[in-house]
Design a protein around this ligand. Sequence first.
Ligand code: FNR
Length: 185
Amino acid sequence: QNRNVAVIVGSLRKESLNRKLALALAGLAPAGLQLKIVEIGALPLYNQDDEANPPAVVTEFKQQIKAADALLFVTPEYNRSVPGALKNAIDHGSRPYGQSAWAGKPGAVVTLSPGGIGGFGANHHLRQMLTFLDVPVLQQPEAYIGGAGELFDEQGGLKKPDTQAFLEKFMGAFAQWIERNAKAA
Ligand code: FNR
């Protein structure tokens, strides 16, 4: 079955390693999973005063999330938590109260860092939010990817066969998770 996966990248930087990883994951996904990055960089800072009359960029963001069958978060860790841009996007998608775009969509989390801890803190702070937002999140395998600086070649390809094999396994497990948790059409 074809499934559309909205990919949220937690870094806004042009040369983001997490964006490279998101693109690599799109290539490793099993047939039937279509990954598309939903951009968060143009969203304004969330302000509840604008909730009744949101700017077009917010409405479009929510529509793209609502249209997706599943959610893949690929993010760095900032100060042992999620980057503010990612939290901001999550807050936008969750409001107005009772009209969350996230609820019920199967999800998965990948964190990537140059350091050895692989974004563990961000990974679990994100999971805390996703629990509240009623997103069933893939539990295993967990994906804390360290050594980000040595992961990619000049073209953005994955240099390490063992990492590539792990990520392929991860995407296979995510595809099964999506089928198990997909809402009946
Ligand atoms: C970082 N970085 C970082 N790394 C980490 O492993 N744990 C951390 O807590 C932090 N904290 C942190 C805060 C801020 C404000 C910045 C800008 C960076 C380093 C970070 O992992 C590194 O810059 C990554 O390359 C960011 O991901 P992208 O932009 O390459 O996808």
